[in-house]
Ligand binder design. Structure first.
Ligand SMILES: [Zn+2]
Length: 340
């Protein structure tokens, strides 16, 4: 398949969502104490929808409250998978609750987390982090999270935030002061919108959230004026095909807006969202769009360029290759991009 020769960039993946039975069994062989039972960790099925995903989260609930040290071996395993699939750059969402509530302690812990993550990159895949802020975050915790994000923006620990959670009845207006503060310190803003909600939520994410990137954005394609706005403002859309199918955001791949986005030369990426929960990986997602819409090498090269241009982290750690971060041992990848 043509996508195999093109480097992949992932901008929408939740670290907790990478957990699956195989990854846990690999951890077990290294002597790691598991917080979920691999035998019970079956992925979300196609007909299960949001309730199926909620049930999956219950199966990993002990990881929801686990601290950053627990996630290091998970991250290491997942990053090895990314390397195998030709992913050269990834931004991952993690929860601020993995770290101490004390600001100074959190900065120190994050520095250690970052150092270990950089070692896991193996010089092949650059991984950066976004703090995930749930839409349901109580008002009194918003200011605390602003302080945490600003502190880590100053040290280069995180490159942005993501607002996630079911959109209905949870307007992002509550986070306005957070958006202003984080924009001022150079952090990128991603908002999950238009996954299960309507086009209004995508417009709200742009108007109120000043979002640089929209997670999913499926509903935007019900509204031609909104599509035009996304094109004019060059807003990046993070598509997650299998997640969209399993959550019921689209009926089947033929209905997925990624084909139309390609036809309109829009700015978008292809992502897994929660590869463990949805039983997918970057290769499977690229294969899905290739099969459904006949994406060419040139289409995938455009996706790679747009995804890199829409990344939140400015600095590249492996800048020697033609592409800016393609691994030095993958010359075919750099060649494909210069040819397309
Ligand atoms: Zn997501």
């Amino acid at each position: 398949m043509v996508h195999e020769a093109v480097p992949k960039i992932e901008l929408h993946c939740h670290l907790i969502g990478t957990l699956n039975a195989e990854l846990l069994r690999r951890l077990e062989t290294t002597g790691e104490q598991l917080l979920a039972d691999p035998e019970r960790l079956r992925p979300v099925g196609f007909e299960e929808g949001p309730q199926g995903f909620a049930d999956w989260l219950v199966r990993v609930e002990h990881y929801k409250s686990a601290d950053w040290r627990r996630y290091l071996p998970v991250l290491d395993q997942h990053m090895a998978t990314l390397c195998r699939q030709g992913v050269v750059y990834a931004e991952m969402m993690i929860s601020p609750t993995m770290f101490s509530r004390d600001l100074a302690e959190m900065v120190d812990q994050f520095a250690e987390f970052r150092e270990r993550a950089t070692a896991c990159e193996r010089g092949q895949v650059q991984v950066e982090f976004l703090f995930l802020i749930p839409r349901s975050l109580p008002d009194d915790l918003i200011d605390k999270d602003i302080a945490r994000c600003v502190a880590l923006a100053e040290t280069g620990g995180i490159c942005g935030i993501s607002i996630a959670g079911l959109e209905r009845d949870r307007p992002v207006t509550r986070f306005m002061r957070m958006f202003d503060a984080l924009k001022d310190c150079g952090l990128g803003i991603e908002i999950h919108a238009g996954e299960l909600g309507g086009p209004d939520e995508v417009a709200e994410a742009l108007d109120v959230g000043r979002a640089d990137r929209i997670g999913h954005g499926i509903a935007a394609f019900q509204d031609d004026r909104l599509i035009e706005r996304l094109r004019e403002e060059n807003v990046h859309i993070e598509f997650c095909p299998t997640s969209n199918l399993k959550m019921g955001a689209v009926r089947d791949m033929a209905c997925h807006p990624v084909g139309r986005a390609r036809d309109l030369a829009m700015n978008f990426s292809i992502n897994t969202d929660d590869p463990g929960a949805f039983d997918c990986d970057m290769a499977s997602e690229f294969a899905l769009v290739e099969q459904a819409f006949g994406f060419s090498k040139r289409d995938f090269a455009a996706i790679a360029r747009n995804s890199m241009a829409s990344r939140f982290a400015k600095k590249l750690r492996y800048p020697d290759s033609t592409y800016g971060c393609a691994a030095p041992d993958r010359p075919e990848v750099a060649r494909v991009l210069t040819e397309c």
